[in-house]
Design a protein around this ligand. Structure first.
Ligand code: HEM
Length: 238
């Protein structure tokens, strides 16, 4: 049906770029909305900005991701004057490049990431955090959260005074401490974030390894490093 409409080029369109004459191309059709501009329910600037241009993006996003209502579409039809063509007279596609991404944008009612952030719940992503005492890092931990559950828990650094636990090997005096630290992560893997509070009683989580009781292991340091990571927020999106 659009073939019956007058062909209008981008050049012609561009001549009508202000309040005295305001044409807009929307989804391949050209509208002379000069008379409507003073009636538009916003500051005039909002609509004037799009005069003389391919204005589909503005029309489809009166606010980001929110198109005009069917009532507005009905109004628009009264101002139809032609169809948009290029120099060869071929129809010009609407500049939908941006509208595609905008259409994928979630509304505030659907955006679960926003909801979690507003409730102060941790977002999914990669986290990193530390436990520091007297300026020295003792525990540096990394993990991912997936649906609020731990995955990929690992120590990036683990030390006490001059002892680097991660460099220890079986047979070393303090090797059992490293084993206990690793057990903590094994027990937390796959658990919800709230599972960290079990570490206040590490003997419930960690085996007694070679005479080192769970109680000697500072579960609190791991809790602290994890809470530091959560406080810092997402280090990298998944
Ligand atoms: C292309 C550029 C345009 C932009 C950026 C734009 C923007 C806006 C904004 C910000 C609002 C108010 C916010 C809201 O209702 O949620 C609005 C509402 C409205 N606009 Fe536009 N507008 C444009 C063009 C037009 C045109 C050409 C018409 C009519 C011929 C029109 C008709 C309306 C109507 C009827 C409303 C009331 C709400 C609705 O029915 O969706 N607008 N527009």
């Amino acid at each position: 049906a659009d073939d019956d409409l007058d062909p209008i080029t981008l050049e012609e369109l561009a001549e009508h770029d202000g309040a005295e004459s305001c044409w807009k191309a929307i989804h391949g059709r050209v509208y002379d909305v000069t008379d409507y501009v003073p009636d538009h329910p916003t500051e005039e600037d909002v609509v004037l900005e799009w005069c003389g241009r391919e204005a589909t993006e503005g029309w489809d996003n009166k606010r980001p991701g929110v198109p005009h209502s069917p009532r507005a579409e009905g109004l628009l039809e009264a101002y139809l004057i032609g169809r948009l063509v290029d120099e060869e007279g071929e129809p010009v596609e609407a500049a939908t490049e941006d509208t595609d991404t905008v259409a994928e944008r979630l509304s505030p009612a659907e955006d679960e990431r926003l909801h979690r952030a507003m409730l102060g719940l941790p977002l999914d992503g990669r986290y990193r955090g530390v436990f520091i005492d007297r300026g020295v890092i003792q525990v540096n931990i990394t993990f991912d959260l997936e649906d609020g559950h731990f995955t990929g828990l690992a120590y990036r650094h683990l030390a006490y005074r001059d002892d680097d636990y991660l460099a220890m090997e079986e047979g070393d005096d303090l090797y059992p401490v490293l084993v206990q630290y690793r057990q903590i992560l094994e027990r937390l893997e796959g658990q919800p974030v709230t599972a960290i509070f079990a570490l206040y009683e590490p003997e419930r989580v960690v085996d007694d390894v070679d005479g080192y009781t769970g109680a000697t292991l500072r579960g609190a340091k791991v809790i602290s490093a994890i809470r530091d990571a959560l406080n810092r927020g997402v280090y990298a999106w998944p």
